[in-house]
Each structure stands twice: as structure tokens, then as C-alpha cells.
Ligand binder design. Structure first.
Ligand SMILES: C[S@@+](CC[C@H](N)C(=O)[O-])C[C@H]1O[C@@H](n2cnc3c(N)ncnc32)[C@H](O)[C@@H]1O
Length: 192
């Protein structure tokens, strides 16, 4: 299923950042479940898509990943860059406008998309592109998506009907929930 929506622009996200808006905090339970589903591998390459001010990007760094955070909002990236870390870099890029130029295609071990998927104009096509062109064989994806009822719809969340196709075509797809309600998808692409 392909869905088309109008998403907030980078300017809108910049204004929200200036207001000091914060999003679902990273809880100990989220990290515990993440480590259970994603074996920690130091030196592996991760990309944190829609990274915002870099909270989860820095967490990936703590786990030992070499991380690239991607976002299209300068205000969020400026906040993220206030904590410089070796092995962490940030790229400004609008994910609705194709792939960033400097990604190692077919070479990424883990792609994270936390609370950003509902803002993409076509999440199903985008996640397929991640699976088929961004990840190395056997690479993984972690997505956290607010679940909303049919009557609300996007942006900001996805309905169960919109979530279902995101898990198709992966060698392994596990769904678990966090309070919110937030759907967490732990996906693995085929190894060959
Ligand atoms: C709700 S925030 C989540 C930030 C962070 N991932 C977290 O978990 O706190 C969503 C982020 O996605 C970014 N975003 C939304 N649409 C985007 C797009 N088309 N391209 C790149 N980033 C986008 C926004 O700028 C914002 O920083």
C-alpha cells in the first residue's frame, strides 16, 4: 500500500526545536529490549534516520557503533553537534528527496528510524529501499512508530493497517510494543 501525505517541513521542525519540544524519551525498557533484539557489535556501521538532536545516535555510539545521523532540520542537527564524538557524524538531508550521496550503499549494518517514519511521504517504498539498497545482506533495521487509531491517521503516527506492510519481505520481522503506544519493529534482511 502506498500512502501520500503532507509532512511538516524542515522549517516547521526548526521552529519546534526552538520551542524546546521533546519527543518520546529513551527509557531503560526500550534500551533493554533493543539490546535483546540487536546484538551489540562494536565497530559496526549504523545510520540513525530522522535523528533529531541525536539522543539515540549517541546511544548507538555508546553501544560501539560507528554512526551517521541524518535529519533535514538544522536546529536539531546543531543541537546534536553540540556533543562531538569520534565515530559520530551528522548529515543534513531530506529523506523524501532520495538517498544521501555519501552513504555506503549495501554496506550498513543497522538502520534506526525512531519516531520519524510517519513523516516520510511514502514509508513503505522508503523501508524497501533501506532493505534492498542501504543494508548489507543480513543487515538490520530498528523502527519505533507511534500507533494511532484509524480515525486519526498520520502525520505523527501510523495505523495498524499502515504498519502491516512495513514488515513484509524481511527474513525476520519481530514486532513488540512500548508504552505510548509505540510499535517497535526489529527487522533483518536476507543474508544473501
Ligand atoms: C519526532 S522527531 C524524532 C527525533 C529522534 N529520532 C528521537 O527519537 O528523538 C522526528 C525527526 O525526523 C526529522 N524528519 C522529519 N521528516 C524528515 C525528512 N523528510 N528528512 C529528514 N528528517 C526528517 C525531523 O526533523 C525530526 O528531527
Amino acid at each position: 500500500m502506498t500512502t501520500s501525505i503532507t509532512s511538516p517541513s524542515a522549517a516547521v521542525w526548526n521552529a519546534w526545536e526552538a520551542e524546546g519540544r521533546s519527543y518520546q524519551l529513551i527509557t531503560d525498557r526500550e534500551l533493554l529490549l533493543f539490546t535483546q533484539h540487536f546484538p551489540i557489535r562494536g565497530g559496526h556501521i549504523a545510520v540513525d534516520v530522522g535523528c533529531g538532536s541525536g539522543g539515540f545516535t549517541r546511544q548507538l555510539h555508546r553501544f560501539g557503533y560507528d554512526v551517521t545521523g541524518i535529519d533535514f532540520a538544522d536546529a536539531a542537527l546543531n543541537a546534536a553537534r553540540r556533543t562531538p564524538l569520534s565515530g559520530v557524524r551528522y548529515i543534513r538531508h531530506d529523506l523524501n528527496k532520495g538517498d544521501p550521496l555519501n552513504l555506503r550503499m549495501h554496506g550498513i549494518d543497522l538502520v534506526v528510524c525512531r519516531l520519524a517514519m510517519p513523516f516520510l511521504t511514502d514509508p513503505v517504498s522508503w523501508i524497501r529501499r533501506v532493505r534492498d539498497s542501504w543494508l548489507r545482506p543480513g543487515g538490520r533495521m530498528y523502527a519505533v512508530i507511534p500507533v494511532v487509531g484509524d480515525d486519526i491517521g498520520r502525520p505523527g503516527g501510523m495505523t495498524e493497517r499502515e504498519l502491516a506492510p512495513l514488515t513484509l519481505g524481511w527474513a525476520q520481522a519481530v514486532r513488540y510494543n512500548l508504552r505510548g503506544p509505540l510499535a517497535c519493529l526489529a527487522l533483518r534482511s536476507t543474508a544473501t
